[in-house]
Design a protein around this ligand. Structure first.
Ligand SMILES: C[S@@+](CC[C@H](N)C(=O)[O-])C[C@H]1O[C@@H](n2cnc3c(N)ncnc32)[C@H](O)[C@@H]1O
Length: 188
C-alpha cells in the first residue's frame, strides 16, 4: 500500500460528489463520521452493502488499514462495480474485497461474522439485510444504515424493527442523509 495514493483518489471522487453526486456516494461529512466510529471501535471485519464506485469503501478501507482490518463490499451493478475496482486499485488499498452480486442472494455465500456492517443500497431491502445479518454481527458490533432522514418513510418499518429488537440499541445521527447507528448489546 502506498499511503500517498489514497488522497488523490478520494479527492477525485469528492469532486464528483460536489458536482452533483451521479454515483450516490455518501458525503465527505458522513465519511468523516463513519471513520470516527471506526477509529473508536476498531472493527476488524466490516461489510458494506452498496459499493457504488468505491468512495465509502476507500474511506473505510483507509481507516481499517491502520489496525489490519478488512472490508468486504458488495455491488450488483456491473459498471459501478468495475469503476470501483479501478478506484480501489488506484488507491493501492489491499484490504478491500469486492463482491459482485445482488446482496439478498449472495450474503449466504460470504462466510463468517462481522464487527460492523454499513447498509447503503436499495432501501426496501434493508430489512432483509438486517434479518440475514443480525445473528452474524459479533457482540458489541455495529450496523450503520444510511438514508434514514432522506428516505424516512421508506425506512420507517426498518427503523421500527431495529429499534424494537432487544439485541440492538440505536441512535439516529443527523449527518448527511441521516444514519441509524445500531449497537449490538450483550444478551441478557
Ligand atoms: C448509494 S449507492 C452506494 C454508495 C457508496 N456506499 C458510497 O458512499 O460510495 C448504492 C449502491 O448500491 C447498489 N445496490 C443496490 N441494491 C443492491 C443490492 N441488492 N446488492 C448489491 N448492490 C446493490 C447500487 O447499484 C448502488 O451502486
Amino acid at each position: 500500500m502506498n499511503k500517498n495514493a489514497i488522497a488523490p483518489v478520494k479527492k477525485q471522487l469528492e469532486l464528483y460528489i460536489a458536482q452533483g453526486n451521479p454515483y450516490w456516494n455518501i458525503s465527505p461529512e458522513t465519511a468523516t463520521y463513519i471513520v470516527s466510529l471506526l477509529n473508536t471501535y476498531k472493527p476488524m471485519r466490516v461489510l458494506e452493502i452498496g459499493t457504488s464506485i468505491g468512495y465509502s469503501a476507500i474511506c473505510i478501507g483507509e481507516a481499517l488499514a491502520a489496525w489490519g482490518g478488512t472490508l468486504v463490499t458488495i455491488e450488483s451493478h456491473e459498471e459501478r462495480f468495475s469503476l470501483a475496482q479501478k478506484n480501489i486499485e488506484d488507491s493501492t488499498l489491499e484490504n478491500i474485497i469486492q463482491v459482485k452480486g445482488h446482496a439478498p442472494e449472495i450474503l449466504k455465500n460470504i462466510d463468517g461474522s462481522f464487527d460492523l456492517c454499513f447498509f447503503d443500497a436499495t432501501k426496501y431491502e434493508h430489512l432483509s439485510y438486517f434479518n440475514a445479518l443480525k445473528e452474524r454481527i459479533n457482540p458489541h458490533g455495529i450496523i450503520i444504515t444510511d438514508n434514514m432522514l432522506s428516505h424516512e418513510n421508506e425506512l420507517a418499518e426498518y427503523k421500527k424493527t431495529v429499534e424494537d429488537d432487544p439485541q440492538f440499541e440505536s441512535e439516529l445521527v443527523d449527518v448527511g442523509t441521516g444514519l441509524l447507528v445500531s449497537h449490538k448489546i450483550e444478551k441478557q
